[in-house]
Design a protein around this ligand. Structure first.
Ligand SMILES: [Zn+2]
Ligand SMILES: [Zn+2]
Ligand SMILES: [Zn+2]
Ligand SMILES: [Zn+2]
Ligand SMILES: [Zn+2]
Ligand SMILES: [Zn+2]
Ligand SMILES: [Zn+2]
Ligand SMILES: [Zn+2]
Length: 381
């Protein structure tokens, strides 16, 4: 019995203690709420009920309000030492100048006004950029198209209209004169009688120291023709009159026969001068030796020209180093685009000021301002 009573008493005490703790907590909370509420009510400007007149909504941009667009064209890279290949080629191409001509005005420099160069891997840097200081002039082999071609006449015929009948074509082949062609009478020894007359006056006495003996020059010869005919008498040479004219031509040719007008087959295309400037005439190119130069003038007399050719070697390229600061994007590399469609705004005291006229507010300051003018009058002695 006693034990049961004690147990009940203990339970009651514990329950009462719990209730007291709960009461204290609830009271404290109620007090806090009361204080907070009254404080909030004391500040009309901050209450929900307060009206703003700015027409704007309070807004502060957050990360959701914008997107940053990368506008930088530089890609990000680390700082590093950059090695750059620079062409320092010592090859000098030959270009004709007034010095290339001798006293007679003939080109005598011995070199072609050009050079042969083909870009190869040495002409590009490690980034594949062309650093070559020469123009590309690849080796060129002339083709037919590199020459001027001239039309040359190979026909041995002369241009003509062919046979045209003349009067001679309308004559009979045989003469009808009935005579033979002959030279006529030709004098012979039988036709002549010679008479010798001594015309010499020299002394032919046999007692003189040097007696004269007559020769042919001492006689005058007189020839007398006794045939009674003249030289060529009775000659006959056929003339056109000996041949009768005919109706039809007797020449045996057609009018226009044998005519010739040159056509394409009478011509041949002949290779003329080299018009190509990509390489000189290979027949005139050689590599000069010491004997090609006139020691006195320095001009080349061999009649050939030399073509300079250059492909870069390691000596033509210099590698220089430079420090590259690299690039890491900063805020400057981005352009910010706002997508929220709002402006940033925080209400200030002005935002709560009602711009519509209020008669009470405007009348009051005027009334209080008036009495300040009075003291000057009362101070006068
Ligand atoms: Zn020259
Ligand atoms: Zn090159
Ligand atoms: Zn050519
Ligand atoms: Zn005749
Ligand atoms: Zn012809
Ligand atoms: Zn030479
Ligand atoms: Zn070079
Ligand atoms: Zn950047």
């Amino acid at each position: 019995m006693n034990r049961k009573l004690m147990e009940l008493a203990e339970r009651y005490v514990a329950q009462r203690k719990r209730r007291m703790r709960l009461f204290k907590t609830v009271t404290a909370l109620a007090l806090v709420v009361a204080i907070c509420t009254s404080y909030v009510l004391m500040m009309p400007g901050l209450t929900m009920a307060a009206e703003t007149y700015c027409g704007l909504e309070e807004h502060t941009h957050t990360a959701d309000c914008y997107v940053d667009e990368l506008t930088c064209l530089i890609s990000e890279r680390e700082a590093e030492t950059v090695f750059t290949d620079i062409m320092r080629c010592s090859f000098e191409p030959h270009r004709h100048s007034s010095d290339c001509y001798n006293a007679q005005g003939e080109l005598s420099c011995g070199y072609w006004d050009g050079y042969i160069h083909e870009h190869d891997e040495k002409c590009y840097d490690s980034n594949g950029v062309l650093i070559c200081t020469l123009e590309e002039h690849p080796m060129h082999k002339h083709t037919d198209a590199c020459y001027n071609w001239e039309k040359q006449l190979i026909c041995t015929l002369t241009e003509s209209e062919g046979h045209i009948h003349t009067d001679a074509c309308y004559r009979a082949k045989e003469p009808t004169c009935g005579l033979f062609e002959s030279e006529g009478h030709q004098h012979t020894a039988d036709c002549v009688t010679e008479t010798r007359t001594l015309i010499c006056t020299e002394d032919v006495a046999t007692n003189s120291d040097m007696p004269h003996v007559h020769d042919d020059s001492c006689y005058e010869v007189t020839r007398t023709y006794t045939c009674g005919l003249t030289e060529g008498e009775g000659a006959h040479h056929h003339t056109d009159a000996c041949y009768p004219t005919t109706e039809e031509p007797t020449c045996g040719l057609f009018e226009g026969e044998g005519a010739h007008t040159h056509d394409d087959s009478c011509y041949e295309m002949v290779r003329g001068d080299l018009k190509c400037k990509l390489y000189p005439d290979p027949a005139k190119v050689h590599t000069h030796s010491a004997s090609c130069v006139d020691a006195k003038t320095g001009y080349y007399t061999c009649g050939y020209i030399q073509v300079l050719r250059h492909q870069h070697t390691n000596e033509c390229i210099v590698t220089v180093t430079a420090e590259d600061s690299g690039h890491h994007h900063t805020a400057d590399c981005y352009e910010r685009h706002y997508i929220c469609g709002k402006e940033e705004h925080t209400h200030t005291a002005d935002c709560y000021y009602d711009p519509t006229p209020n008669p009470d507010a405007t009348a009051a300051p005027e009334a209080t301002a008036e009495p300040t003018a009075t003291p000057e009058v009362t101070d006068e002695p």
